[in-house]
Design a protein around this ligand. Sequence first.
Ligand SMILES: [Cu+2]
Length: 460
Amino acid sequence: MNRRNFFSGAATAVAAASVSRVALAALPEPAMQSSADTAPPLHPPTGRPYNPVVTLNGWTAPWRMNAGVKEFHLVAEPVVREVAPGFMVNLWGYNGQSPGPTIEVVEGDRVRIFVTNRLPEHTTIHWHGQRLPNGMDGVGGLNQPAIPPGKTFVYEFVARRPGTFMYHPHADEMVQMAMGMMGLWITHPKGSHPQIATVQRDYAFLLNAFDVEPGSMTPKVNTMLDHNIWCWNSRVFPAISPLVARQGERVRIRVGNLTMTNHPIHIHGHEFEVTGTDGGPVPKSAHWPEVTTDVAVGQMRQIELIADEPGDWALHCHKSHHTMGAMGHDVPTMIGVQHAGLVGKIQKIVPDYMVMGERGMADMGAMEMPLPDNTFPMMTGTGPYGPLEMGGMFTTFKVRASQAAGDYRDPGDYTQPAGTQAYEWQGAPASTPRPARTTTPGTAPGAASARKPATSGHQH
Ligand SMILES: [Cu+2]
């Protein structure tokens, strides 16, 4: 936790609320963030009350009140993001980080956002999902001229409906999103809302992806689908913060997808309901239980559950390639290949050659192999019972009876109560498995029993 930076940011906002009219006529001082840690929730020091969100490995932008208007200052700029400890990536973002800070406002708030462009090229910001005047929608060329480097533009509109939204450029969009320019926007309901439940924990994160060759630091911006860094808020497991809850709490998780493919987000041990999208709250009559929900490109999903099962539960993208690190994506399949005698011969030509994956790839999770500079292992993360063999879009949902309300600290590993964990069978072993079937090339096993479909009886 970077409480020090965080609270100094919040203090700036409080102080700014009482400064002179001259100062209020100037640009608000932009709050900057140097840490990739999860900041504690920002309880609103001014304006209408609300229950703040916690942005995974992110933070909420402080604001200043200026004659009843909430003013934010976003600075679009190159940043160096710690995607995992020791793995730094050159990204473009806002106010020191990618993603940019979460903007939290309340339904009915008038919001003014100053956007300063410190990128080497023009940009804009599109406020995804908002009802706003057409000239504030941020599509460069269509709604406004793009913001040139060095200039500051002002967006202003009323946050008309509560919900989970995001922001991103709509200028050289492919490059700027591939470089990490994005952020969350949460509009909280004004008072109680018939379709919006009160929750005790409210988490938010964006799905994003990069293509960074191991050993390099800058994403390849033209990659459309074959990314190798699958992130939540520009962060990969095991560096993504866990989501924690006290047993019995109602928990909301807001997920937005700014990658170029869909992500089926899956939680273990609990069912949830989708209670909102970027279109707004889903009526209660349209809720149904799920344990996985697909988040398509450009969509937001807001899910809610009761954290009633204590433990450390996996929460992850169900595309197994998205829970892999950078090293996994070009490894040839070696299952069943007999390497005996081969390695020495190959090493005469390729001295660094090593065998991977003869028995599957689980060995990779435990392997301490030397990596190129500035990357992270293919499968990583160690739990109390060994390697998790996970990376990328994975974290844990930690439910504890002993977690205090409002405490977001990692409670550590879950202790399995006696008699509640899978265990090794101590009786007679299973009968000897039959020998592996071998195949002579050109004679597929089972070929003799394969039949062409009968022609009679299938004619129309
Ligand atoms: Cu995925």
